[in-house]
Design a protein around this ligand. Structure first.
Ligand code: FMN
Length: 194
């Protein structure tokens, strides 16, 4: 673990100028402002990952880099569009690779805060997708931040709307605050394996 706190962002869509990706960038910038080193795996990157297969342990360089970043990270920020009221296939495929962290000393996302961001045209899909993301984070033993961000109808991913901006910036800060707490007081050795 390096001295500076690292926060990894995963998310976006393949659409140029993706609102999901811009929202993620805003949250990451806030984490950076709070003192973290940030790494972004955006839509363009995620689109190149092969479909996850539990029976094929081969990993592309890109996939291995993503998994290794998450392994070393103090916190994550995940951003998905609400596609038919759920997490998009592309984002979920990237998250499926976190299965590779199962046998780690800190299994999956143990001891790490995860900020969740969901975008959508309307509120129903956005809120449903946020709930789904938090469920995934819990399944991976991560700690969803108290505030999750729900962003609707903002092509710029939240910059122009004060409430969106507040949510995205707060998510970034909460991930860093928890990262500091986790490093100083949290013992993840209880987490076990399997
Ligand atoms: C396949 C697909 C399904 C979608 N389903 C919904 C939906 O069920 N409800 C909704 O409010 N918006 C829906 N949307 C709109 C997306 O949530 C919206 O485009 C996204 O938040 C912003 O995507 P961007 O990051 O590419 O800008 C859908 C869009 C696509 C492409």
């Amino acid at each position: 673990v390096s001295d500076s706190l690292s926060v990894v962002g995963i998310g976006g869509t393949v659409r140029p100028d993706s609102a999901t990706e811009r929202g993620l960038q805003l949250a990451l910038a806030s984490a950076q402002e709070a003192g973290a080193e940030i790494t972004l795996y955006d839509g363009k990157y995620l689109a190149e990952l092969p479909h996850f297969s539990p029976s094929d342990a081969r990993r592309t360089r890109e996939t291995a880099a993503l998994v290794q970043s998450v392994r070393k990270a103090d916190g994550l920020i995940i951003a998905s569009p609400g596609y038919h009221a759920g997490v998009s296939g592309m984002v979920k495929n990237a998250l499926d690779y976190l299965e590779d962290l199962r046998e780690d000393d800190r299994p999956y996302l143990s001891g790490r805060a995860v900020g969740c961001i969901a975008t959508g045209s309307g509120w129903q899909a956005t809120v449903a997708t946020l709930t789904s993301l938090r469920g995934i984070v819990h399944a991976l033993r991560g700690w969803p931040t108290p505030l999750g961000a729900t962003v609707t109808k903002t092509p710029d991913g939240g910059q122009s709307d004060a409430k969106n901006r507040f949510q995205l910036e707060t998510v970034g800060k909460e991930v860093v605050q928890f990262g500091i707490l986790s490093r100083s007081v949290l013992d993840t050795s209880y987490a076990g394996k399997g």
